[in-house]
Each structure stands twice: as structure tokens, then as C-alpha cells.
Design a protein around this ligand. Structure first.
Ligand SMILES: [Cu+2]
Length: 217
């Protein structure tokens, strides 16, 4: 209880200075991020709340959905790790993962669990706005349906796989020499891929009392 009170106080002090956009992960057990297409200004935060299941919040490029951005650019990107919501819920708590947005380049995000990404568990922060752009969330999801999920540092996700294992495994991020280093990820303006965000908390997520959370919203 004391921890929960401290955590709430810490968050409240931050929230008073910065706008926080909340994204629910697996709302009602669905394989979704809600909302999944958001605009966030530089200096603002996005807080992912893990509502159910065991999911991740992981950054990819537009062109290679379901795979870490580090596989296809020289950007490390962010990755929440796997977050089992039930473990926190059993303690009347909620796991969250918060990023601080540091530029307005598009950030494409997927869940690295199983085939969630292939099944559409993707989202975007600051999608390209250029007239006629084909780099839309709908098109990204269509690409994701054809992808093979890769877990950062862990190879193909359970249930992933298919025909491209050889090529994919050769570039697993975190493996020695595995980062190709090329700026293959670009946005509509042909800017190199950038992480665009920093992870706010030293640990990848923190726990917060569910009751205190409701009071904030
Ligand atoms: Cu998932």
C-alpha cells in the first residue's frame, strides 16, 4: 500500500507537467492497442496499460512489421518485454510501460507475442500525413499479416515461423554482429528511422494500484 501511494504521487507530479496519452493493451482480452492511431507532441508521454493476457509493446519499422526496428535500421528502439497482466491484477495492480516522445517521426509498434502481430496487433504514433501517402496503419497491418514475428533478442516468437527463418535468424538483434546497421526504415519524408522516444522508467514497467489509477483518469 505504501508503495502504491508513492508510485501514484510520482506519476501525478509528472502528469501535471506533461500530457499523457493512455493506450490500453489487450482491452477486454482483444489483440489490440486502443487507440491504435494517435498523435503525440514532442515532450509528451504515452502510457501503455496492460489490461489482459501477456503482450509486448515493441517498435518496428513501417516496412518490416512484427520485427524489431534494430533489425532493419541502426536504431535500438523500445521494447517493453513480455508483460503478464494477470500477475499484476492478482495484486490489484496494473502493469504499465511509458515512453517519452522525443520527435514527431512515425513510430510503428507491434506485439511480439505469438502471432499477435500477424493478426493485426500493431499501432502507430504520429503516422505520416503527407497527401496520398501509402504508409498508413491499414497498409502496415496488411504487411504485418504476411510477416514473421521476431522477439527482440529472442528470435522468432512461439508460433511464428514460416518460410523465412533462415534469413530472419541471421539478423536477430542482440546477436553479435547481427545489426545490419542500414537506415532502411524511413518515413514518408524519407527521414531515417529514429527511435523517437525514450523509455521513461528505468525498469521497463512499473506497478500501480488499480484504484489509484482510476482516480487519475
Ligand atoms: Cu499481444
Amino acid at each position: 500500500m505504501q508503495f502504491a501511494t508513492l508510485a501514484l504521487a510520482a506519476l501525478a507530479s509528472v502528469a501535471s507537467a506533461q500530457r499523457v496519452t493512455v493506450v490500453r493493451v489487450a482491452q477486454n482480452g482483444s489483440l489490440t492497442y486502443t487507440p491504435n492511431d494517435i498523435r503525440v507532441n514532442v515532450g509528451e508521454m504515452v502510457q501503455f496499460q496492460f489490461a489482459a493476457g501477456n503482450h509486448t509493446v515493441t517498435q518496428s519499422t513501417f516496412d518490416q512489421p512484427c520485427q524489431p526496428i534494430s533489425m532493419h535500421s541502426n536504431v535500438t528502439g523500445f521494447h517493453s518485454g513480455f508483460v503478464p497482466a494477470a500477475a499484476s491484477a492478482a495484486q490489484n495492480q496494473m502493469s504499465i510501460f511509458t515512453i517519452n516522445v522525443t520527435n514527431t517521426n512515425p513510430m510503428w509498434i507491434y506485439c511480439a507475442q505469438g502471432r499477435h502481430c500477424e493478426n493485426g496487433m500493431v499501432m502507430v504514433i504520429n503516422a505520416p500525413t503527407a497527401a496520398g501517402t501509402n504508409r498508413t496503419l491499414a497498409n502496415h497491418r496488411a504487411l504485418a499479416a504476411q510477416a514473421n514475428t521476431v522477439v527482440p533478442g529472442g528470435g522468432l516468437a512461439p508460433g511464428g515461423g514460416g518460410g523465412n527463418n533462415g534469413g530472419v535468424n541471421g539478423a536477430i538483434p542482440g546477436a553479435p554482429g547481427g545489426n545490419p546497421g542500414g537506415n532502411t526504415g524511413t518515413d514518408a519524408n524519407n527521414n531515417p528511422a529514429t527511435a523517437g522516444a525514450s523509455v521513461l522508467t528505468p525498469a521497463t514497467y512499473m506497478l500501480l494500484a488499480a484504484a489509484g489509477f482510476a482516480a487519475l483518469l
